[in-house]
Write a protein of this length. Structure first.
Ligand SMILES: [Zn+2]
Length: 291
């Protein structure tokens, strides 16, 4: 069975770079059946931004890539914006911890403003480095993370969390942090989740699962909300570091063709979960293109 007409096929977390394949990678996604991307910002320069202007320029680049993808390929890309939490490691060295934290907070405020102006749909990636950092940096990271959650609450939008793999306790701790900031855990997405969570085990935090074949087969029967993502990096120097952008449409086609599964399962990650977490549905235009 082919993918049903009108079913969006959504990669919930990827990156594109003007120095990488960019729009060409999205052509591959579209050719495989993909329709919508959540496009997370990233540093596009070799050094981390050390001024608010440089963050504004970075966010501009992400939004320009999203427009380009829509205009040139007919794939809808939703920008997700925030200063990358790991920027704090280098910025603290270059500017001192206090100035680095001030800059990071200002960049989070900027991202929140762009969400409220409808230029982006979520705050992300925010959170914690996935490797050990000096205690002095950990303190700054925690303050920045609290601010990120507060900005998401004020901007009434989801927040996409970057961190090391989380245990069940780790998910619950994250849910607690969200509640402390006045944010419902159901609006907090743990991106790059690499093992299946038992229903109810996450304290309400929404997993965005890395679309490895075996993991997709494990999670696809579960009720939502949950997402699928490639975390495609669009870095020609690191081919194969993450999944290719064509992965999710290919997995979707395999599920639709499997008589034991079937295409109805795909409405959970591609439609219902978007609606529950973001409050709207990705729509498909009359010619099958994203709008
Ligand atoms: Zn990412």
């Amino acid at each position: 069975m082919p993918l049903p007409r009108g079913l969006p096929v959504v990669d919930h977390h990827c990156h594109l770079s003007p120095r990488g394949e960019g729009v060409r990678a999205v052509e591959r996604f579209r050719a495989a059946g993909g329709t919508h991307l959540f496009l997370a910002t990233q540093n596009y320069e070799p050094t981390v931004p050390l001024s608010l202007d440089l963050y504004a320029r970075q966010f501009e680049t992400t939004c320009r890539l999203a427009r380009q993808v829509q205009e040139e390929v007919g794939v809808r890309a939703y920008p997700v914006l925030a200063p990358y939490p790991i920027d704090l490691v280098s910025a603290s060295k270059a500017l001192g911890a206090d100035t680095a934290l001030d800059l990071h907070r200002a960049a989070l405020d900027l991202a929140g403003r762009w969400v409220r102006e409808k230029r982006a749909v979520a705050i992300g990636e925010v959170g914690r480095p996935h490797f050990a950092v000096p205690d002095s940096v950990t303190a700054v990271v925690e303050q920045a993370f609290r601010h990120a959650l507060a900005v998401a609450r004020e901007s009434d939008c989801p927040v996409i969390v970057h961190s090391a793999d989380l245990s069940v306790d780790g998910f619950r701790e994250l849910a607690e942090r969200a509640r402390e900031a006045g944010l419902r855990p159901e609006r907090v997405v743990k991106h790059y989740t690499r093992s299946r969570l038992e229903p109810g085990a996450s304290g309400g935090i929404v997993p965005s699962y890395l679309a490895r074949r075996d993991l997709v087969r494990e999670v696809v029967a579960g009720t939502g909300p949950w997402f699928l993502e490639t975390d495609f990096l669009d870095d020609p120097k690191r081919p194969g570091a993450v999944l290719d952008l064509a992965t999710i449409p290919r997995r979707a086609a395999a599920i639709a063709q499997d008589p034991a599964l079937g295409a109805e399962r795909l409405y959970v990650p591609f439609v219902e979960s978007v609606e529950r977490v973001y409050g709207w549905r990705p729509e498909i235009g009359p010619e099958g293109s994203a709008e």
